[in-house]
Design a protein around this ligand. Structure first.
Ligand SMILES: [Zn+2]
Length: 353
């Protein structure tokens, strides 16, 4: 054999031989570990079986225990003692859901629709113009309108979403603000009330149920789920999309409580009040609501229930003489009512129409 082929053979042995040797060593170790493991299992078989049986027992008792507990007489009795409080919470929850639908029929100003034909040559089709969103709360506009809207949101909201600058609009948004504030406060008070009810029965509920089945406990007691998201708050958008769709800008105006206050102040500044009305009317903002509540000592003017009696009581502001019957937003015509009395009064006024 030549010297060259000898060298090739040595290199081949090194390249294939070394990895094979390493693999062999690894396998040898794995087999040794497995052998030791098998020995350990055989030696400790009793312990292992005990652990498995115990785990199965713990798992099933964790599943079974709540089923047995929630069926027990003890739990049913406990549920009965607080059922009035829970019904109260659920009623408030439903009221909050009703308020979320506060009247807000606002849409982008209807300029009418023209027929558009694109006669461009093949590569110049303005495809994005056909896909423009025609949703009621989206206004398609130029980039500069979009930018101006973000600088002066209330002005552009009125201009492009057809909000008339008159007292009717003001009354409408004051009502929406009132309802949305009640929703926000109601959600918070509801959470607090739920915690205080659960605390009041805490000593009577077994530790395991409190610790591991809290959600189930609140469901079995009869609490309805409270939706704490703010998805009910509408957003109005100004949107610019270039013809080719390569560039776009967006300005979103969320009608949050802060923005509703801004809108009410803006409308008030813009309304050309008759001389006879100037100075007579107060603005139903968050600030005024707080002033009226303080004046009435955080107590319902109808049933005399106050936050001293019920710390989580939802209080609202009511027009003594309803706005629909010519009542004005003045200090004298406003009063604090608890949500139940306010709701009852609302129904009466509605039936009266
Ligand atoms: Zn009341």
């Amino acid at each position: 054999m030549s010297k060259k082929s000898d060298e090739k053979l040595i290199v081949a042995i090194i390249i294939i031989g070394i990895p094979l040797f390493i693999l062999y060593k690894i396998l040898e170790n794995i087999i040794a570990i497995l052998q030791n493991l098998a020995k350990a299992i055989v030696n400790n078989l009793n312990i292992i079986i005990t652990v498995i049986v115990l785990s199965i027992l713990i798992y099933f008792s964790n599943k079974l225990y709540p089923i047995i507990y929630f069926q027990s007489k003890k739990f049913k009795k406990l549920k009965e003692t607080i059922s009035d409080h829970i019904n109260n919470c659920n009623e408030l929850n439903q009221y909050i859901e009703e308020l979320k639908n506060s009247y807000l029929k606002m849409s982008s100003y209807n300029y009418g629709m023209g027929e558009m034909t694109d006669n461009s040559l093949h590569n110049y089709q303005r495809s994005e113009w056909k896909n423009q969103d025609k949703s009621y709360n989206v206004h398609d506009c130029s980039a500069s309108v979009c930018m101006n809207a973000s600088n002066q949101p209330m002005k552009y909201l009125c201009k492009y979403f057809d909000i008339k600058k008159n007292e009717n609009s003001l009354i409408k948004f004051e009502k929406v603000l009132n309802d949305f504030i009640s929703v926000e406060q109601g959600k918070e008070l509801l959470q607090k009330e739920k915690i205080s009810i659960l605390q009041s029965i805490s000593k009577s509920v077994p530790f395991l149920i409190k610790k591991y089945h809290e959600k189930q406990l609140s469901k079995k007691l009869g609490f309805e789920t409270v939706d704490i998201s703010d998805s009910y708050i509408p957003t109005f958008s100004f949107q610019y999309v270039s013809a080719g769709g390569y560039s776009s800008t967006n300005c979103d105006i969320k009608l949050s409580i802060e923005n509703l206050n801004n809108l009410i102040n803006y409308l008030n500044d813009e309304i050309k009040w008759r001389k006879s009305v100037i100075g007579q009317r107060a603005l139903m903002t968050s600030q005024l609501r707080n002033q009226i509540k303080k004046r009435d000592n955080y107590t319902c003017c109808s049933c005399s229930l106050g936050i001293e009696d019920e710390p989580n009581l939802l209080l609202e502001i009511d027009h003594i003489r309803p706005v629909s019957k010519g009542g004005l937003t003045t200090y004298e015509n406003l009063q604090t009512l608890c949500w139940k009395c306010n709701r009852r009064k609302g129904v009466k006024v509605f039936v009266g129409f």
